[in-house]
Design a protein around this ligand. Structure first.
Ligand SMILES: [Zn+2]
Length: 236
């Protein structure tokens, strides 16, 4: 079971398993998953995943086995089957990670994004957020650290993407963490205006655009494919 064709707002690379709990170390592509985690897990190995084109040679990849990984949503851990795709001509293989996940991270993107927003914009303390999530204080603190470290790049990249997909350049808060949050929100709004509800949630869009690397340790610039075109954001 599969759907074909270009993904509307998706494809970016990250590496599974290189930071924290996840699957094995594999290059990953995040795809726009419209179904909730329960439904995804319920579908087991027959979950419907779009078949991507190879990012090197642009040829259609073929499905090629997969691997298991966990994702924590709410207080539950789910075991997921992540399909893998392989490009025959260039031998490259990628894990196809659904957009409710972050690459190489146990916690789902809604949980992480909600925590970031609660601290940076909602004025909640790290302790309160960690208690609410029943997560370790150090885990939430690390999310904030990672996000703040990448915030200037995320703010610039997402703000440029707003314009790229037809919105008006947003005016962002001065504080860099809040600016990144706001820019992510503006991309989501612009994408919703263009494509409607099919865009999915704000944080799943953030996972898509960053290739699951919202909190990545690397300095790699996230990039996405808009229609058939690869788009690389400016680096501040
Ligand atoms: Zn290829």
């Amino acid at each position: 079971m599969e759907t074909k064709g270009p993904l509307p707002l998706s494809l970016a690379t990250g590496r599974e398993g290189s930071e924290g709990k996840g699957g094995d170390a594999t290059v990953a592509i995040v795809w726009a998953c419209r179904i909730p985690v329960e439904e995804y897990v319920g579908a087991g190995r027959s979950v419907v995943v779009p078949r991507p084109d190879c990012v090197i040679c642009q040829r259609a990849m073929m499905f090629w086995s997969g691997y298991e990984r966990s994702v924590r949503v709410g207080e539950r851990d789910y075991r997921l089957w992540v399909r893998r795709a392989r490009c025959r001509p260039c031998g490259r293989s990628v894990g196809l990670v659904p957009s409710f996940c972050l690459v190489g991270r146990l916690y789902g993107v809604e949980v992480v994004g909600g925590a970031l927003a609660a601290v940076l914009s909602g004025g909640c303390s790290l302790g309160v957020v960690a208690d609410r999530l029943k997560a370790a204080y150090t885990t939430v603190r690390e999310w904030l650290r990672r996000f703040r470290r990448r915030a200037a790049m995320l703010a610039a990249g997402f703000a440029a993407l707003v314009v790229e997909i037809g919105g008006v350049a947003p005016r962002l808060p001065e504080e860099v963490g809040r600016a990144a949050l706001a820019a992510i929100g503006w991309v989501w709004l612009a994408a919703r205006l263009r494509a409607g509800r099919a865009v999915g949630s704000c944080w799943s869009v953030a996972s898509l655009v960053t290739g699951g690397g919202l909190l990545a340790a690397t300095r790699d610039t996230p990039w996405i494919v808009l229609g058939k075109r690869r788009w690389i954001p400016p680096v501040p």
